[in-house]
Ligand binder design. Structure first.
Ligand SMILES: CC(C)(COP(=O)(O)OP(=O)(O)OC[C@H]1O[C@@H](n2cnc3c(N)ncnc32)[C@H](O)[C@@H]1OP(=O)(O)O)[C@@H](O)C(=O)NCCC(=O)NCCS
Length: 125
């Protein structure tokens, strides 16, 4: 597994609308989920919804239900917060990620479209 160092802002973690949950095995973190309650712009009927920002399980522990456990635990929290649904973004090129979210009950509502400007083309070539 690629090692990632995540510096979660401690102040953010104290916020009641932010939740970080970790999966632990033999005193080692093997997965985590980070999300929050989003306030939506006034013109929407639904004023608040849940949002999952990050989810990862260490490579060795994948395919054992840990990801789903973390999502279920996040939903327990979201339910307590009284939000009617939870949203997230997944990179369309992440086929495994898309399959995972579909299998955990998520559906695609919006598809973000992107076209590079000349500026970006020059930079990336
Ligand atoms: C996506 C990720 C969190 C899944 O975690 P996991 O612990 O392996 O998933 P689970 O074992 O709980 O699987 C839950 C369901 O998703 C399915 N699933 C999991 N990984 C899958 C994959 N690579 N391809 C297809 N289906 C997959 C499982 O088969 C299972 O379905 P089932 O309930 O019908 O058996 C993990 O692969 C990961 O950390 N990936 C890298 C980071 C990432 O892509 N995060 C999400 C992007 S937003």
């Amino acid at each position: 597994m690629q090692v990632g160092i995540y510096r979660f802002n401690k102040q953010n973690l104290k916020r009641k609308d932010v939740k970080l949950l970790v999966a632990v095995k033999n005193r080692t973190i093997i997965g985590y989920i980070l999300g929050q309650v989003h306030r939506r712009p006034r013109f929407f009927k639904t004023k608040r919804c849940g949002f999952i920002g990050e989810l990862a399980v260490t490579e060795k522990e994948r395919g054992k239900g840990i990801g789903k456990l973390l999502v279920d635990a996040f939903f327990d929290w979201a339910r307590q917060k009284g939000v009617p649904y939870v949203t997230l973004f997944v990179d369309y090129r992440n086929r495994a990620g898309r399959d995972f979210w579909r299998k955990t009950g998520f559906e695609t509502l919006m598809l973000e479209q992107r076209k590079l400007t000349d500026c970006a083309r020059h930079r990336s070539s």
